[in-house]
Design a protein around this ligand. Structure first.
Ligand code: ATP
Ligand code: MG
Length: 238
């Protein structure tokens, strides 16, 4: 089991946002997390990654309890977070951003090899090596942000809304890229997404509402507009 979250409660200061989150991710699985704005999707990813301390509950990664562990340690252990909003270093070039993404790697040859691998997945980045990241289009920046995570050769990637700002055709392409990473390296993916297209690559789906998992199911269930609407509006605890 790559990830097992049980009865997780977390929030900001004294405020509780996640009241009770339980979810699991098998090795090599792609799991999607959907839900209305403010449901707590980003808070969930950020808490798993160690940016927010849990108030209660457990987070197990590869069988080990990691609740509250520092993000840096999680990264060294093969977990990455690609935060919402394609955060990159705007004043650094693509090349330099990717190097930063692999900041823990000792050998330059290894950094180069991993960078080449990112370019293989996202050829558009290779054509813009020395362009400053701040001048990239939204979609290119999104690819770079994911490329930075890939530099760590992650075992588990937490990815927050990778399709934001992408043209519809590029959304499909981005999700196919992620599927390819999963297939080629066995990396488990927990992806927060709003687009319907996520259902084409997900093995399983959680729908969050008001700080809880309201519905869990196979992607087919959420392909249907009416079913999807019901999931979004579902009473918590269904
Ligand atoms: N730093 C913060 N301090 C206080 N409250 C916060 C903070 N960040 C988020 N919240 C609150 O926590 C709740 C959940 O926010 P979160 O960002 O996790 O939602 P989300 O499901 O990711 O939404 P979206 O789809 O809009 O990205 C919201 O009510 C939000 O206002
Ligand atoms: Mg969010």
């Amino acid at each position: 089991m790559a990830l097992e979250v049980t009865n997780l409660r977390a929030g900001y200061g004294k405020k509780t946002v996640l009241t009770d989150i339980s979810l699991r991710l098998g090795d090599g699985e792609i799991v999607a997390m959907i839900g209305v704005n403010g449901a707590g999707k980003s808070t969930t990813l950020n808490t798993i990654f160690g940016l927010i301390p849990p108030q209660a509950g457990t987070i197990r990664y590869n069988g080990q309890e990691i609740g509250g562990r520092r993000p840096g340690l999680n990264v060294l252990d093969g977990m990455t977070l690609t935060p919402q909003g394609a955060r990159v270093f705007p004043n650094l070039t693509i090349h330099q951003n990717l190097t930063m993404g692999g900041y823990t790697i000792r050998h330059r040859s290894e950094v180069n090899a991993r960078r080449e691998n990112v370019f293989r997945l996202f050829p558009v980045l290779a054509q813009r090596l020395n362009q400053r990241a701040g001048t990239l289009s939204g979609g290119e920046r999104q690819m770079l942000a994911i490329g930075m995570s890939l530099m760590m050769k992650p075992k588990l990637m937490l990815i927050d809304e990778p399709s934001t700002g992408l043209a519809p055709l590029l959304v499909t392409e981005m999700l196919e890229h992620l599927k390819r990473v999963n297939r080629e390296t066995g990396t488990s993916l927990l992806i927060v997404e709003q687009t319907q297209q996520i259902m084409t690559i997900a093995d399983r789906v959680y729908c969050m509402k008001l700080g809880r998992i309201a519905v869990e199911g196979k992607p087919e269930r959420f392909m249907d507009r009416e079913e999807l609407r019901k999931a979004y509006l579902a009473d918590v605890g269904e």
